[in-house]
Structure formats: structure tokens, C-alpha cells
Write a protein that binds this ligand. Structure first.
Ligand code: C2O
Length: 544
């Protein structure tokens, strides 16, 4: 195994998109940021220098961080932010993960432009469980704002209203031909006829679930969230923010130009969304490049599902299976039931109260709207025994039972805010039912757990029914994920063994929802039954 050293300079960079030059925060002046390539078992050491005027942290999305919780990255959870002018080196080892992950800023909405791919190749001397592709292409789907995303979230936080929708989607940083002033920068991928191509698709968008497709080509899914899957064939993918999917296809169509396209899957009825389409071009090297009119031949546009096609989205997300039988925990020690959804805070009518009916938007899990500490990180507070930073009374089940996906009474709309952790013994076998609520509106929630991959043993619509639904759990070959799409007005059930000590955030990967408090954190003790005896923090851990 190797150790790879990298330097990330976080800096303001002029970026031209949609006809104008904007200053955006990037890593090393690149948008998207640099691609990291490693093999399973390798170690990464990334020195992050903050040359921007914002605080920043970087998170290595999906990396388990076994024994290295100080390197996970979420601001005020495992570290204080890296302040302007400061440096922090993230060092961690990849253990038993193959495929595609990514990295992103975990500090307000900086990840809008601060993200990149993290590719994990099989261990030296081993190979993919599928044909070696001739081409390997990371595809980062993103969301672009003409306004500085930090201002977008600042305004939403100040007014208590929903944040503005984005101005474009992007593929590897470019919106593509269907947007103003963007054609000449459209991303092109060149293939030879007959090539086997591996696409590593990452949904790095801030707030939008996305459909993705390649015109005329049938795609075979082979992996997701850095775990292989049983191969299955599809025309369209749907990825929630945070999720990755690896697909193979053969360049077996008439030599020509074909669009690769992404646009919204908007699951919430009536909520505004950006309805534009990002494109890149898949071009056969042997394609006739001049049409009879003297122009480059127009690429073929693919068909994409309707924006609200939750049937297609759900059919896709429930199709994943592990390649072979896996060991799913059966005797459960921690049986948790978490509601995920919206809420409102009452407030006095005024400029800071622009949510629906003179309220401020909120979101919660089990009626707790999560608040980050501001003076230290949760992990440091735990490790050093700093009092009154958090409490450990996050509820294992909702405080009141109600018809979660039915007509929800207004008295349930107001969550409590708090910094509450749920404490778990090392080695506990955990099951979590994640239940969407209809408070204000139903919506998909791509729920991400830090420090773990988990098995998705079941998914469905409506209220989770323990008797009926647990009888149908897949305990044989459920998929291994780090981000699970809780279907609109439905539920998902995950299982894992709490074998990685640390403080681990679980949250909706839609940043608007995270900003409103759709998060909680687990404190997983170590073998000695405490967190005080995990490895001490690295010396350069940023102070608050
Ligand atoms: Cu990809 Cu907490 O994030």
C-alpha cells in the first residue's frame, strides 16, 4: 500500500459561467477540484491550506475513517474550521472500499464549488469483478448559482425562507449546450467504437436530486457508494446529493455525437425547482464531424423522465443488491426510529420571518432541529469532557406517534432545537427506520451517515409498519450504501454494526434541509466504553 500526498489550496478564483465572471472558492483554482486516485488499502495525506476569506473544512464523503475520526471533516462536528491563513492535514487510510467516492467542503454552502472525485481502484494484484474498461470517466454533477452560494444561504438563514433555486446544473463544472454562453465550453468525452466505458457518476449538487442518462446507450450499474453491486441494466439513473453510481456501457451505437444529460428529479409537490438540463457530449472518434450544412452534427438528445416521476426514481433506487450474500446484523441491540422532515418555528412577523404564514423554515429528526456548536467541535467536547456543548438525549423514537405521512396536525409543526447526540456502545448492532413525514410537505431525503456504510434492508411508501414490512426485509443481499434515498412520503431501513468509535453526523444531504436542522449525531464509544481514550487529535487540529 502507498501513501499519497496532496496539497489543496482553498482560494477565491474567477470562474466564468452563464456569460459572466464570478469569484468562487475553489481548490487549487480548479472547479470541480482535483480528482484523487488511490487503491484500496492506500493512505491519503492531504494538506489543506486556507487562502480564502471564509472558514472551511473538507470532508471525505463515504470514507469510513476507521480510527481517524479527527480527519472526517464536518465543521463543528469533528473539528473546528480551518480559518483563513491556517492549514490542516487530513490523513486517513482506505479500508475495504472499491469504486467511487468524493470529497467536498463541509462548511456552510462552500461545497457548491469545493468538491472533487475520489476514485478507489482495487488493491494491487486484484481487479474489478467485471471487464476492465478502456475508458474510465468521473462525472461530477453539480449545481451552479449566479449569486455567491454563501450569500444564498445567508439570505435564507436571515429571512427564514426557502433559499433560491440554482441557475444551472453542471457536468464536470460545465452547464453545456442548452444554457446561454456555455456551448463552447461543453464537456466532450471521446470514445472509440466498441470501447467499454466506466462512468463514475457523483451527485455533488447542493440541493437537487438528479436524473441522469446517456442518449441511446444502455447502462449497466456495477457499483454505488464505493461498493460493488449485482450488475443491472437501466436507461436512467437517479442520484440524490451525496450518492455515487458506477455504470458500464459499450460504445456500440452508430458513430456520432450523443448527449449525456442530467436534470431534476423534484419529489416535493409544488416546491419550486431549477428545471434546466445540463449536458455533455459523448463523441465517437470516428463520428463524421461536419454535417451537410457545414456545422458539427447536432448530438442526439436523450429522453429523461418527468420531473416528478417518483415511480421511475424509486424503481431505480430499489434495484440495488450486493453482489453476493452478505452478513447483515440480525439480533438488533439498538432499534431506532427516526422521523425526517420539515417543520416551522413561530416568529414575530418581520424581515426575519419570511417562511410560510409568518414562520421560519425548519427541519428535524424526531422533532429535534439540529444545531451545531459554535465554540468547539462535538468530538473535541466529548474527548476533553467539555461540559454543556451537547446532551446525549437524542430520542430513540419520535416523542409522539402520529400518522407520519397523513394529514399532520399543525401542533406538530414546531420542532425543538438542540445539540443532541445518541450514544452507542461499541459493537452494537443497529437498525434505523428513517420515516419521511408530511409536515408541510413530503419529499425525498437522501440521508447520509458519516463513518459508516450500512445495509439498506427495506424501503417503501407510507408509514413503516413493523410487522408487515420487517417480514419483507432483504437480509440476504441488501446493498451497501453511505447515503440512502428515503422515498417521498415513505421510509427506508438501514442496519450496521457500530464498530467505529467517534462522533458521526447523520444528515440529509440536501444542504437546504441540513441548514434547517435535518441532522443528528451518534457518539460511538470505543471498546473501553468511552470516547476519551480514542487516539488524541493530530497536533495541527485547527483551534476554534
Ligand atoms: Cu457528503 Cu456530511 O456529507
Amino acid at each position: 500500500a502507498e501513501t499519497h500526498y496532496h496539497e489543496f489550496v482553498v482560494q477565491a478564483t474567477p470562474v466564468k459561467r452563464l456569460c459572466r465572471i464570478h469569484n468562487r472558492i475553489t481548490v487549487n483554482g480548479q472547479y470541480p477540484g482535483p480528482t484523487l486516485e488511490v487503491r484500496d488499502g492506500d493512505t491519503l495525506a492531504i494538506k489543506v491550506m486556507n487562502s480564502a476569506r471564509y472558514n472551511v473544512t473538507i470532508h471525505w464523503h463515504g470514507i469510513r475513517q476507521i480510527g481517524t475520526p479527527w480527519a472526517d471533516g464536518p465543521e463543528y462536528v469533528t473539528q473546528c474550521p480551518i480559518q483563513p491563513g491556517a492549514t490542516y492535514t487530513y490523513k486517513f487510510t482506505i479500508e475495504n472500499q472499491d469504486g467511487t467516492l468524493w470529497w467536498h467542503a463541509h462548511s456552510r454552502w462552500l461545497r457548491a464549488t469545493v468538491f472533487g472525485a475520489l476514485i478507489i481502484y482495487p488493491k494491487l494484484g486484484t481487479s474489478y469483478p467485471f471487464a476492465q474498461p478502456q475508458l474510465d470517466i468521473p462525472i461530477l454533477l453539480g449545481e451552479w448559482w449566479n449569486r455567491d452560494p454563501i450569500d444564498v444561504v445567508r439570505q435564507a438563514t436571515f429571512t427564514g425562507a426557502a433559499p433560491n433555486i440554482s441557475d444551472a446544473y453542471t457536468i464536470n463544472g460545465q452547464p453545456g449546450d442548452l444554457y446561454r454562453c456555455s456551448s463552447k465550453d461543453t464537456v466532450n468525452f471521446f470514445v472509440n467504437s466498441g470501447d467499454t466505458v466506466l462512468l463514475r457518476i457523483i451527485n455533488a449538487a447542493l440541493n437537487q436530486q438528479l436524473f441522469f442518462t446517456v442518449a441511446n446507450h444502455r447502462l449497466t450499474v456495477v457499483g454505488a457508494d464505493a461498493a460493488y453491486t449485482k450488475p443491472f441494466s437501466t436507461r436512467t439513473l437517479m442520484l440524490g446529493p451525496g450518492q455515487t453510481t458506477d455504470v458500464l456501457f459499450t460504445a456500440d451505437q452508430t458513430p456520432g455525437r450523443y448527449y449525456v444529460a442530467a436534470r431534476a428529479y423534484a419529489s416535493a409537490p409544488n416546491a419550486p425547482f431549477d428545471n434546466t438540463t445540463a449536458t455533455a457530449v459523448l463523441e465517437y472518434k470516428s463520428a463524421p464531424c461536419i454535417s451537410n450544412k457545414g456545422f458539427l452534427s447536432k448530438p442526439t438528445l436523450p429522453r429523461l423522465p418527468a420531473y416528478n416521476d417518483s415511480a421511475t426514481a424509486t424503481a431505480f433506487t430499489t434495484h440495488f443488491r450486493s453482489p453476493s450474500n452478505v452478513k447483515v446484523p440480525t439480533q438488533i441491540d439498538e432499534n431506532l426510529f427516526f422521523t425526517v422532515g420539515f417543520g416551522f418555528f413561530n416568529c414575530n412577523p418581520g424581515p426575519q420571518c419570511q417562511g410560510p404564514n409568518n414562520t421560519r423554515f425548519a427541519a428535524s429528526m424526531n422533532n429535534v432541529s439540529f444545531v451545531l456548536p459554535r465554540t468547539t467541535s462535538l468530538l473535541q467536547a466529548y474527548y476533553q469532557g467539555i461540559p454543556s456543548v451537547f446532551t446525549t438525549d437524542f430520542p430513540a423514537v419520535p416523542p409522539i406517534k402520529f400518522d407520519y405521512t397523513g394529514n399532520v396536525s399543525r401542533t406538530l409543526w414546531q420542532p425543538n432545537s438542540g445539540t443532541k447526540l445518541y450514544k452507542m456502545k461499541f459493537g452494537s448492532k443497529v437498525q434505523i427506520v428513517l420515516q419521511d413525514t408530511a409536515i408541510f410537505s413530503v419529499e425525498d431525503h437522501p440521508m447520509h451517515l458519516h463513518g459508516y456504510s450500512f445495509y439498506v434492508v427495506g424501503q417503501g411508501f407510507g408509514n413503516f409498519n413493523p410487522k408487515r414490512d420487517s417480514a419483507k426485509f432483504n437480509l440476504v443481499d441488501p446493498p451497501k450504501r453511505n447515503t440512502i434515498d428515503v422515498p417521498v412520503g415513505g421510509w427506508a431501513v438501514i442496519r450496521f454494526v457500530a464498530d467505529n468509535p467517534g462522533v458521526w453526523l447523520m444528515h440529509c444531504h440536501i444542504d437546504a434541509h441540513l441548514t434547517w436542522g435535518l441532522a443528528m449525531a451518534f457518539a460511538v464509544e470505543n471498546g473501553a466504553g468511552e470516547l476519551q481514550s480514542i487516539d488524541p487529535p493530530p497536533e495541527d487540529l485547527p483551534p476554534c
